[in-house]
Design a protein around this ligand. Structure first.
Ligand SMILES: [Mg+2]
Length: 376
């Protein structure tokens, strides 16, 4: 079956949430970040952009450009809650939504099209629902690959809908500047320009994957898929991703608190390893505990920031579990769900997005990937 992907990206998300909460600011140059004249801008309204303000700029510079702008500190709790509500609406339109960052995600929609009467109708209804319920707009792209859907949605920003029909990628990419490929920076752009490649369509001169890879190196594989409309999306692996869990049954019920804590650490490392191996981060941590009398309880928590490291998983799991240590324990399990998808085409090219989120301390990466967490 041919896949069709719908990629949705909220327009100037942080600012939109601020405007939704305080509509009297609509039409004004509103900026999130840099409120004290220090730090960096994380989002700017279209009115503020007219002054030349953009995300990543220093607060100092932004104040110079627009002294009368409304500079807000940022309300990350609100952004996170709007994000959750936005994806909850998205999930009413597809059972298979993949969160890519706080304000963007995609879904494979070919199986639910008949319910909505087609791609365009589905997308418009989704946009309307999000706007009616949250007061923010999203731009949507629909195409046969995830990357193409993300690329094309930019055409309609803000509040737009762009559809590249099946098999239409070549016609669509033909005239598009090379810089429209996500993650292509000035350096790569210059490299392409020197080769006379100004438009994505110029890459079609390389007629095999091998030739393309020889020319552009590690991006060759992803670029080839983009050019040819090859989807590497794998439903089976997506299904496996609904949750990751491990549990352990004890021969003799555990009573010693330290022994239980150790077991929670061991299980945290196990699920953490599987999580990172799949390139995911999780937001929901669940624990399961079975007592000697075979009563089983589960407790879960959804954390503010996505977690990926053993230590973070352990902290949440142990916090939940400690409260339930009433009698000897026969089984302990830890499960992770509500994933953020890091692993995809061009995944390394999304670093820029990630850096921005890091700047606002949204995605915690306090514990680097190289950190090894030792059970004590
Ligand atoms: Mg966005």
């Amino acid at each position: 079956m041919k896949h069709r992907f719908l990629f949705a990206d909220a327009d100037m998300f942080f600012v939109s949430v601020e405007l939704a909460m305080q509509p009297t600011m609509r039409g004004l140059p509103v900026v999130v970040g840099g409120s004290s004249g220090r730090g960096v801008i994380t989002a700017a309204s279209y009115e503020a952009r007219k002054f030349g303000i953009h995300a990543g700029m220093s607060g100092y510079r932004a104040h110079q450009l627009c002294p009368n702008g409304i500079f807000l500190k940022g309300n990350y709790r609100a952004y996170s809650s709007y994000s959750d509500r936005m994806f909850a609406i998205f999930r009413q339109f597809s059972p298979d939504v993949h969160v890519r960052s706080i304000d963007e995600g995609f879904a494979e929609i070919s199986s639910c099209l008949s319910l909505f009467g087609g791609e365009e109708q589905l997308a418009l209804q989704l946009k309307d629902s999000i706007f009616e319920q949250l007061g923010i707009t999203v731009s949507i792209g629909i195409a046969s690959t995830i990357t193409l859907a993300k690329i094309c949605l930019e055409d309609g920003k803000p509040d737009g809908l762009t559809i590249v029909p099946e098999g239409g990628q070549r016609d669509y990419l033909k005239e598009l500047p090379i810089g429209r490929i996500p993650g292509i920076g000035p350096k790569t752009k210059l490299y392409f320009t020197k080769k006379g490649i100004l438009h994505i369509g110029d890459l079609y001169r390389y007629t095999t994957k091998e030739e393309l890879t020889r020319q552009v190196g590690s991006y060759g594989h992803s670029l080839w898929n983009l050019l040819q409309g090859v989807s590497t999306y794998n439903e089976a692996s997506v299904h496996e991703r609904k949750s990751i869990s491990n549990e352990n049954t004890f021969y003799e019920a555990l009573t010693d608190r330290n022994a239980i804590e150790k077991e929670v650490m061991r299980l945290s490392e196990k699920v953490g390893f599987r999580l990172r191996k799949q390139g995911l981060k999780a937001k929901t941590i669940a624990v399961k505990i079975r007592y000697q009398n075979f009563t089983t309880i589960t407790r879960r928590t959804t954390v503010q920031k996505y977690v990926e490291m053993d230590k973070e998983i352990f902290q949440e799991a142990w916090r939940l579990l400690q409260k339930e240590l009433r009698s000897p324990v026969r089984l302990i399990g830890i499960g992770l769900s509500s994933f953020m998808d890091n692993e995809d085409l061009f995944s390394s090219l999304y670093e820029k997005d990630r850096k921005l989120h890091k700047a606002v301390d949204f995605v915690r990466e306090k514990y680097g990937r190289k950190t090894i967490f030792h059970a004590r």
